[in-house]
Design a protein. Structure first.
Length: 561
């Protein structure tokens, strides 16, 4: 819920945006109760049709009949996924009448490529994926990484296909669909191609074959409630010809939705959230006297600008669409009090911005009581005047967490905060890796106490030189105490050229970093009473303290292990 309040007594403008959860009821049809309560998950797919080099031999763009067949095929699949049969032969599983899964066609591509078109011996799926998805620079991030591609080859009369692996959004590759279309009545062709597509889709959703026997031996999945029959003797979707039926067991249903909820593989990344769109070139302005309050989970669709005299307060979850930002002007106020500003759509938003401007009234930023900023390119970027309070604040899974640049503040105090990478970063496929967690550039004084800087396992980055830097500071006065720096390239990295400056790091814990303290500081350096655990690395050295400019320093009472 968003509340917009006018603070001035002269006029009142109140707007309330409600996110309504609408429940659609369907006939029970003896369905298990908890399957009915499962929300329908819409999956984004793209179809790639491969013609030969001369542009023939498969469905073509200029034929209304061909286009209509592909549209009807999507409809057939969705009708079947929502109207399943009972399992035959009878098994212990309860009846599941609706898979609660649908597919939605995002884009239809046509390619002239004889190599991909010719499936007479096999389907060259890696070639199709590498060239027409991974290697196509014209595709958006969504089309590359949040869409399941369906490759339709030809030059084969036998309908068949395969997928990359279980619970994966790599691809579905099929052949024989065009031959089936031109040789059979429409209803038979839709049934033949549709059953094949549903079977391959369910592999992507995490299901293996349900039968025993066959050319590849024992293949039964881990769901005992499907009976584990001999090949081709059940009507389970995951059986082989002559079956390829229309039924799922309760266990298979649970496995599908476990994967779609992110429990295994990356197939959950193609689930469509209809709340994740962005209105381009549109800015929501919080003007002088307005107060915008976010108290529930709210999907926004614009950039936000908090102008002088305006206020934004977040106690719920504010999901910002990809590449948008929140700009706080001088005199504006942003408070994250126990809430979170991030992105719930598997994307990266730009972050909170304070632009450089001449003003005697700084912007006010408060992140307190467990308030969080996550999934941002730079969580908080201050290049203009700021009055900041970071107390029990968190920055999670940002490419860079917080940066205070010259002219933004005299002193920055960071108390009891968490800076963490807990999982693979959004857009990791594009090479997004952890950067600097806390950066201070040319401000007078930085004080960090009781805070954690950690890169947890699971980020998909195991090179010690790409794990991020906890604190990077170029300031005349830096004090860091009672903090933790874990699994980083650099715990603390310092540069400053004034010999009268002072750096004090005491009673901190450094564990498994390439460098604990890496200093190019020219002033007084006091490094005392720290615990430093060194990790044996396969490449290069692991160093507790490295002083590149050892002018005046005290190193005492530290424990190196």
């Amino acid at each position: 819920m968003i509340q917009i309040r006018r603070l001035s007594g002269r006029s009142v403008r109140t707007g309330v945006l409600l996110l309504l959860l609408t429940t659609f009821f369907i006939p029970l049809r003896a369905m298990q109760g908890d399957t009915l309560l499962q929300p329908v998950r819409n999956l984004r797919i793209a179809i790639h049709v491969f013609q030969d080099d001369s542009g023939v031999g498969n469905f073509c763009m200029d034929s209304a009949g061909h286009q209509d067949f592909l549209d009807q095929l999507i409809g057939w699949v969705n009708n079947r996924l929502s109207n399943l049969d009972t399992l035959k032969p009878a098994v212990s599983s309860v009846f599941v009448g609706d898979s609660r899964v649908r597919i939605r066609l995002d884009t239809l591509f046509y390619h002239h490529d004889t190599k991909a078109w010719d499936c007479s011996s096999e389907i060259d799926s890696p070639y199709m994926r590498d060239r027409y998805v991974d290697g196509d620079s014209t595709l958006s991030y969504l089309q590359k990484y949040q869409t399941l591609p369906v490759f339709i080859g030809a030059n084969n009369v036998v309908t068949g296909g395969h997928t990359r692996n279980l619970a994966d959004r790599g691809y579905i590759a099929v052949r024989g669909y065009y031959e089936s279309f031109i040789r059979q009545p429409l209803a038979l062709s839709l049934d033949e191609c549709g059953r094949n597509l549903v079977h391959e889709l369910c592999h992507c959703l995490g299901l293996s074959h349900n039968f025993t026997g066959g050319a590849d031996g024992e293949q039964c999945d881990l769901c005992e409630d499907n009976g584990c029959p001999m090949q081709g003797t059940s009507n389970n979707i995951m059986d082989y010809w002559p079956s390829y039926g229309y039924a799922l067991s309760k266990c298979q249903f649970d496995e599908i939705h476990f994967c779609l909820n992110g429990g295994r593989g990356n197939i959950s990344e193609i689930v469509i959230n209809d709340s994740c769109y962005r209105v381009s070139r549109s800015v929501f302005r919080v003007s002088d006297g307005d107060r915008l309050v976010v108290i529930d989970t709210t999907y926004f669709h614009n950039d936000i600008r908090v102008e002088n005299g305006g206020s934004l307060r977040v106690t719920g979850y504010l999901s910002m669409p990809g590449e948008t930002n929140i700009t706080v002007d001088a005199g504006g106020s942003l408070e994250i009090d126990g809430g979170t500003i991030g992105n719930l759509c598997g994307d990266l938003w730009a972050g909170i911005r304070l632009n450089k401007e001449d003003s005697v009234t700084p912007a006010k930023i408060m992140i307190v009581n467990g308030g969080m900023v996550e999934h941002a390119r730079v969580g908080l970027l201050a290049s203009g005047p700021i009055n900041v309070q970071l107390n029990n604040a968190g920055f999670r899974n940002c490419a860079e967490s917080a940066a205070f640049l010259k002219g933004s503040a005299d002193t920055v105090l960071v108390n009891d905060c968490m800076f963490a990478v807990t999982d693979k970063l959004n857009h990791y496929e594009e090479g997004i890796t952890p950067g600097v967690f806390l950066r201070a550039d040319s401000i007078r004084r930085l004080v960090v106490t009781g805070s954690r800087f950690i890169n947890e396992p699971g980020t998909y980055i195991f090179d010690a030189d790409w794990l991020g830097t906890g604190i990077e500071a170029s300031c005349p006065s830096v004090k860091v105490d009672h903090c933790e720096f874990i699994n980083l390239t650099n715990g603390i990295s310092l540069t400053w050229g004034n010999q009268e400056s002072k750096f004090d790091v005491s009673e901190n814990r450094f564990a498994n970093n390439r460098y604990g303290v890496k200093s190019g500081y020219a002033g007084v350096q006091c490094i005392t009473e720290n615990s430093i655990i060194l990790q044996r690395l396969n490449s290069g050295s692991s160093i507790g303290v490295l002083l590149n400019n050892p002018d005046k320093y005290v190193i005492t009472g530290n424990h190196f292990r």
